[in-house]
Design a binder for this molecule. Structure first.
Ligand SMILES: [Zn+2]
Length: 181
């Protein structure tokens, strides 16, 4: 059985990027926690031990992750730039061939479901954004950026993109259940 950590990116102090829709501010952390809980409720995979995780220890998330002895880490984020850019990308540790392969699988699934601009997979060094969680943790790790939150224009669009992201991650878990890394 593979143990997979699904990590909600950011936390209640550092909520990540945001978008303002119909007078309400939606933070990245609102969405990463929602998506992790939603996938936990919906997946029905016998051979995946899914661990839903949000940050506890503000000093050392890396050792917190490593203490869970997982095979795979999927860190969930959403992107932001200039309020215009849109597209999908997946990050992996630049030294990890398994991470690169898994990032490719995840990217293909996300692009197929979301049908946004394919920004490709990104080799990430320790000093880069998301770098320490990818490079210093023991599991094969990827970081998902399914879409640019700050370019979303309505709640309808956001709900549609979130539903497609949930479907994508469940399909990724199904892939992991059936295939070796
Ligand atoms: Zn983020």
């Amino acid at each position: 059985m593979k143990r997979v950590i699904l990590l909600a990116g950011h936390n209640f102090k550092d909520k990540g990027c945001h978008v303002n829709l119909e007078g309400k501010t939606i933070n990245e952390f609102d969405l990463t926690t929602w998506i992790v809980a939603e996938i936990f409720k919906k997946e029905r995979l016998i051979n995946i031990d899914l661990v839903a995780k949000a940050r506890n220890d503000y000093k050392d998330l890396v050792s917190e992750i490593n203490s869970l002895n997982a095979d795979i880490l999927i860190s969930c984020h959403f992107n932001a730039s200039n309020g215009i850019s849109q597209g999908t990308e997946v990050l992996y540790a630049h030294t990890s061939s398994k991470g690169k392969r898994l990032a490719s699988v995840a990217q293909d699934i996300l692009v197929k479901h979301l049908e946004l601009n394919n920004r490709g997979i990104k080799a990430t060094k320790q000093a880069d954004r998301g770098g320490s969680i990818l490079n210093k943790t023991k599991p094969v790790a990827i970081l998902l950026e399914p879409f640019f939150l700050d370019s979303v224009k309505s709640f309808d669009e956001l709900i549609s993109l979130m539903d497609k992201t949930v479907d994508s991650i469940i399909q990724l878990l199904e892939h992991l259940e059936k295939n070796e890394l």
